[in-house]
Design a protein around this ligand. Structure first.
Ligand code: 5GP
Length: 241
């Protein structure tokens, strides 16, 4: 596999073409942004941990029958994936109230939800990623009713698998954001990343935050929190397959 020219550069990742038109290489960066790019910084080692943690979760989810874009972890910062077309939606799943849900519903952060909540947002930085309902999604032509239902089902299954797995490692899965991609045959697969950048992870007992909220809220100890998640997943600092 040969890395070719960059296809796309996002806030936290760079995507490259490869000599195989069906495969892309994703490079995870240490740069961090929040609040639609208004806050910027560098978190030493973030790219490596997000790549390793995402690889770990994609492998776990594949074993549980979830289709993903993941093919191979190429290096500490690089992942080989299927070349999919990203659906411009962010699918958020919540188990516990935090962040924007706390502000929208006036419920205190940390309130357990009686059942998981799934939300769709439009991936549009210029609009501030607005929340969408199924009517908006259909009239914008972003997904069909069947595709929305498939994403909702996959998101809930992913939540079940991750929540259970993380609890055994002393981590509470508060909420997370997923993105889906379409294969050339139209099949929806889980894409993007699953990492402390895209999830809220709290210590199960102390409720200490071990995710990007430490950066968003200027709490310090950001790199240490990402390393701690990786340590809890694999039991050491080492990259194990
Ligand atoms: P909230 O809506 O409370 O801000 O975020 C809910 C969950 O989705 C959090 O775990 C948050 O990290 C994730 N999330 C929502 N939007 C984005 C986004 O644009 N980028 C990233 N990295 N995560 C997001």
């Amino acid at each position: 596999m040969l890395k070719q020219e960059p296809l796309y550069e996002g806030k936290a990742k760079r995507v490259y073409r490869t000599d195989d038109p069906g495969k892309y290489l994703i490079e995870f960066k240490d740069e961090a942004t929040a609040f639609d790019g208004k806050k910027r910084g560098v978190i030493e080692g973030k790219g490596k941990y997000n790549n390793l943690i995402s690889s770990y979760f994609f492998k776990l989810l594949s074993r549980e029958g979830i289709p993903t874009h993941y093919l191979e972890t190429v290096s500490d910062r690089e992942m080989l994936v299927q070349a999919v077309t990203i659906v411009p939606l962010e699918v958020v799943v919540r188990n516990v109230v935090a962040g924007s849900l706390s502000r929208r519903l006036g419920l205190p952060e940390g309130t357990a939800l009686p059942e998981p909540v799934v939300e769709f947002y439009y991936k549009r930085d210029d609009l501030g990623d607005p929340m969408l309902n199924c009517f908006h999604i259909r009239v914008l032509g972003l997904a069909s009713t069947e595709e929305m239902e498939r994403m909702r089902q996959l998101a809930l299954k992913i939540n079940q698998v991750l929540k259970h797995h993380l609890e055994a490692k002393g981590i509470l899965l508060v909420d997370f954001k997923l993105e889906f991609g379409k294969m050339p045959d139209g099949q929806l697969v889980l894409a993007d990343e699953i990492s402390p950048d895209t999830c809220r992870f709290w210590d199960l007992n102390t409720r200490e935050r071990l995710d990007k909220d430490r950066f968003r809220r200027d709490m310090g100890g950001v790199a240490e929190a990402y390393a701690e998640i990786w340590r809890r997943l694999v039991g050491s600092e080492e990259h194990v397959d």
